[in-house]
Design a protein around this ligand. Structure first.
Ligand code: BG6
Length: 476
């Protein structure tokens, strides 16, 4: 049994569901120049917005104009919290203005007021893969120190404005995605950065990461000054990496690969650089621009809790580096498939036990409250003639994961603040830009090409999740 004030909720991100990409003064963000892709077909990051190209995030599912109707559905489901993000470019359209865009600020006032009216607590990420495009183009994103100040100003502006409405914050969504420098999508969406020919991507990434970690710490410091009761967390993508076998070489391969997962959270939580990272910098002769003042900021701006997403686990096998046919996780050269697990249609391994394992590992390492701010099953759903959607596989996935988190709380004693399944209402997929990869308990009539009425329908999982919440996780 989880505690009575456990935050059962749902998770979303501004660019994936709001739409209104250029409404009421909003500027273009780094996500607005990305095309749609598909499983195995990467999304393309364009230089500018072209009229003839379809950008799935521009309209998304049009929450911008339908927020009342959608929030009423969330309330009917009984959500206690909604995790979403603020589109930075709604507040500072270019990113480097003196004054914020009042219409953008007013939009989130309306949304948060509507949530609170229904007893739903907003849990807010400052930047979920969004930075004003201008900051990426003019300054090179987080390559440039100036962007730290622009982020700090944005953070202060929204902390001040929504003080009293929002208590739980997170700084950067899945900040550790950019560890995978092979896929340009990650450095671009995390940090507004592209790697030029001849540059060492890993060296670029570490410098960018440093600036972003300092920006996060500065936001924490600023937030605590504005309201010491704010709870400000980090947010990492957690995909545990298992050794393929008990061969000690496999064990060490997994241990080393886990550094990729832990690096960002280690700094966010401990306020200093882990030694394995310093050793890597030294080995490779990477000299970063890190000032004494930065180190002091990192120390002072540590987080209150660790938010993380969990969808799947992965496996590494020593000695298989770069054997292309074996690689199942692009970021790890020695990753292989797990013979014990089924995968989704998008090849994500389904592993509820991995969630309990992750909760234990993260809690042992950090000794801070944890918050599962994303978990879910991306699948194709069929809208029946009578308007029903029977999404048994999703309910099976979610209930197995809830069972696992309960065990971690009840049996292992992990401190867990809440659980917000991803995409509580169908939205645009991040990695592929598709609509057909659906996570929601509410179906949205819209397809990959942007056709459809946008009408909302309740899936079978809607009533199911309502009961889960009502019973505080007993009835799954
Ligand atoms: C996480 C992100 O990576 O996983 C979300 O924080 C994303 O933005 C989610 O949508 C699921 O990934 P995808 O690619 O299936 O949408």
């Amino acid at each position: 049994m989880v505690q009575n004030d456990f935050l059962w909720g749902g998770a979303l991100a501004a660019h994936q569901f709001e739409g209104g990409w250029n409404s009421d003064g909003k500027g273009p963000s780094v996500i607005d120049v990305i095309t749609a892709g598909a499983h195995g077909k990467p999304r393309v990051i364009m230089d500018e917005i072209k009229e003839e190209v379809f950008y799935p995030n521009h309209e998304a599912i049009d929450f911008y104009h339908r927020y009342k109707e959608d929030i009423a559905l969330f309330a009917e489901m009984g959500l206690k919290c909604l995790r979403t993000s603020i589109a930075w470019a709604r507040i500072f359209p270019m990113g480097d203005e003196e004054e914020p865009n009042e219409e953008g600020l007013a939009f989130y006032d309306r949304v948060f007021d509507e949530l609170l009216k229904h007893g739903i607590e907003p849990v807010i990420t400052l930047s979920h893969f969004e930075m004003p495009l201008h900051l990426a183009k003019k300054y090179g994103g987080f390559r440039n120190r100036k962007v730290i100040d622009y982020f700090e100003k944005f953070a202060e502006t929204v902390f001040e404005r929504y003080n009293g409405k929002v208590k739980y914050w997170m700084t950067f969504n899945e900040i550790n995605n950019q560890m995978d420098t092979k896929n340009p999508l990650f450095l671009w969406t995390n940090s507004g950065v592209t790697v030029a020919e001849g540059e060492n991507p890993r060296e670029v990434m570490y410098q960018v990461a440093h600036h972003e970690l300092v920006a996060s710490a500065k936001a924490v410091i600023a937030g605590k000054k504005i309201n010491p009761d704010f709870q400000i967390g980090c947010m990492i993508s957690h995909v545990p990496i298992y050794p393929y076998s008990c061969d000690p070489e496999d064990i060490m391969a997994a241990e080393e690969a886990m550094h990729e997962r832990f690096f960002f959270a280690d700094v966010h939580v401990r306020g200093n650089y882990p030694r394995y990272a310093l050793k890597e910098l030294e080995r490779n002769g990477f000299v970063l621009d890190i000032s004494e003042d930065d180190l002091d900021v990192l120390k002072k701006g540590t987080v209150d809790y660790v938010g993380f997403s969990y969808y799947m686990s992965t496996v590494v096998k020593a000695g298989t580096e770069n054997q292309a046919k074996d690689i199942v996780n692009g970021g790890l050269a020695n990753s292989v498939s797990n013979p014990y697990l089924e995968v989704s249609d998008w090849d994500w391994a389904i592993d509820p036990v991995g969630l309990r394992y992750s909760l234990n590992r993260l809690y042992d390492r950090y000794q801070l409250p944890l918050f599962i701010v994303e978990n879910g099953f991306g699948a194709i759903d069929r809208l029946e003639e009578d308007g029903s959607i029977h999404d048994e596989a999703r309910m099976a996935y979610l209930s197995a994961h809830i069972e696992a988190l309960k065990k971690a709380v009840d049996y292992d004693g992990v401190e867990l603040l809440g659980y917000t399944p991803w995409g509580i209402i169908d939205l645009v997929s991040f990695t592929t830009g598709e609509m057909k990869k659906r996570y929601g308990m509410i179906y949205v009539d819209r397809d990959n090409e942007g056709n459809g009425s946008m009408k909302r329908y309740k899936k079978d999982s809607f009533e199911w999740y309502k009961k889960v919440i009502q019973s505080n996780g007993d009835d799954i």
